[in-house]
Ligand binder design. Structure first.
Ligand code: GLC
Length: 472
């Protein structure tokens, strides 16, 4: 089967979040299982020069977007066995920064239309167009309105994947006319609450919708999680599926990872003990092997649940733990963790920014890994933590619920809590610290965690079934 995976970011070329990991690992896994899955993304100015060198120019063509008629260059590169296509337009993508520009509505509408136009210029006719998040929401709309009757475009099926429903691409209704250029009678596809909503358009016009965990697929039908689209989705439940993401087992492997100081396996954890000591030294934490080192690697956004820690104030430090935090985002959380660090030097360290190397050293050097998210469509960090033998402590939401089970029950691999409540979280951390105090049992838990299979192969199989069903 031929699958074209349209996405606004993909590792290694450009990454701001988990979406980029999925855009790399899922196509790779599909290709390994014999499908022809290719990725298409914008050619951003921010793509590093050494990666740019891998690209070769294929051709160029024009893209019509409303009254506009724009240049688009088509480049391609092969990386890790997967073909990546890049769509080039200097005006839209030749600037620093990938999201948050005032003309994002136009930039990603251009990208969406260019993906469809590019199909005529590739030696690749997809059976499935797998679209991801609001930036590609217009693709199923454009396909139905402008392309499906064109020669070479017949019988393409569209799948729209929701990675996070909080970001919908909401604009004024004029976007439907001036930017998307939809005929009046078709504008209702993108219209939502008096405005133009790209994600709603994608959901409305695609053949199937999927999201990144079974629990999240249920949650977004509920007003608490649905961000205004819950009712609309409930009516389209028949075409909604939840498929749990995986992680790239090769990229995250403590046995070979060059980013960590001492490699290790579940059978021989001595390297992990040394990684903990090295991390403590690196971050200026007390060299105390008895303190349970809790790692946090996250964007510091409100839905990540750090309000729960903030609510406890210094209370969380009553436990015999150390905290290693790596992240950046909203100032309130940065300030909170920095304050904690000042009050507990040697026990708390906050590093601002995004440093993939340090992130891996935190996974490897931590005993436990905290993710108290208020909502989490899938979350990849808990899976990485498991792989590196850091016991995840998570709230039971979205993909966290689907990948972490409490050690108090059957098949446990972490600690979980249900309600979005600071003391429930504290209780889970406490139970984790109690297990840590019993080193023999703790070691067994770490080994179990490291043996969990969160590789992509399982999920890729489910995607293949979905594609097949769509193709009919
Ligand atoms: C988004 C979600 C995250 C998910 C990722 C990949 O970033 O917030 O939970 O893991 O997409 O699907």
């Amino acid at each position: 089967m031929k699958i074209l995976f349209a996405v606004s970011e993909a590792r290694p070329f450009l990454a701001t979040g988990g979406l980029a990991d999925v855009a790399n690992a899922l196509p790779k896994s599909l290709c390994e299982s014999g499908e022809d899955c290719r990725v298409v993304m914008p050619l951003y100015a921010d793509i590093a020069p050494e990666l740019r060198e891998l690209l070769t120019f294929q051709t160029d063509f024009r893209v019509r977007l409303g009254w506009r008629n724009q240049y688009c260059g088509l480049f391609s590169a092969k990386y890790d066995g997967v073909v990546f296509y890049f769509l080039d337009n200097e005006y839209y993508f030749g600037r620093p920064g990938i999201y948050g520009h005032p003309d994002d509505a136009e930039r990603f509408a251009f990208f969406s239309m260019a993906v469809l136009e590019a199909i005529a210029h590739m030696d690749f006719k997809p059976d499935i167009l797998h679209c991801n998040d609001w930036q590609t929401g217009p693709i199923p709309v454009f396909y139905n309105v402008f392309y499906r009757r064109n020669e070479g475009y017949e019988d393409i099926r569209t799948l729209f994947a929701i990675h996070n429903i909080q970001y919908q691409g909401r604009f004024g209704m004029e976007a439907a006319d001036d930017i998307l250029g939809l005929p009046r009678e078709r504008r209702c596809a993108v219209e939502w609450n008096g405005g133009c909503n790209y994600m709603k358009g994608g959901i409305d016009q695609c053949d199937a919708v999927c999201t990144v965990s079974p629990t999240y697929a249920e949650e977004i039908l509920d007003p608490w999680f649905g961000c205004g689209l819950d009712g609309f989705l409930r009516e389209r439940k028949y075409k909604l599926a939840g498929i749990l993401n995986g992680i790239d087992d090769d990229a995250y492997d403590p046995q070979y990872d060059p980013a960590i100081k001492y490699t290790y396996t579940a059978e021989d954890l001595s390297g992990k003990t040394m990684d903990k000591a090295a991390l403590q030294k690196e971050l200026g934490l007390d060299p105390d092997p008895d303190a349970m080192l809790v790692g946090i690697v996250s964007r510091l956004a409100s839905h990540k649940g750090f309000d729960l820690i903030r609510y406890l104030g210094d209370g969380i430090m009553d436990l015999p733990i150390q905290l290693a935090v790596l992240g950046s985002g909203e100032a309130v959380y940065e300030e909170f963790f920095r304050g904690l660090q000042n009050r507990f030097p040697g026990r708390v360290r906050m590093v601002t920014g995004f440093d993939p190397r340090l992130a891996k050293q935190i996974y490897a050097g931590s005993d436990a890994f905290l993710m108290p998210s208020r909502s989490e469509p899938c979350g990849l960090s808990q899976m990485v933590a498991l792989r590196y033998g850091a016991i995840p402590i998570v709230r039971e939401t979205g993909g966290l619920k689907d990948s972490v089970r409490d050690l108090g029950g059957e098949n446990g691999n972490g600690f979980t809590f249900k309600a979005y409540n600071a003391h429930d979280m504290l209780d889970a951390v406490q139970r984790c610290a109690a297990l840590y105090a019993d080193q023999e049992k703790w070691r067994a838990a770490v080994v179990t965690a490291m043996h969990c299979d969160n590789s992509w192969h399982r999920s890729a199989k489910v995607y293949r079934m979905l594609y097949k069903k769509l193709k009919g």
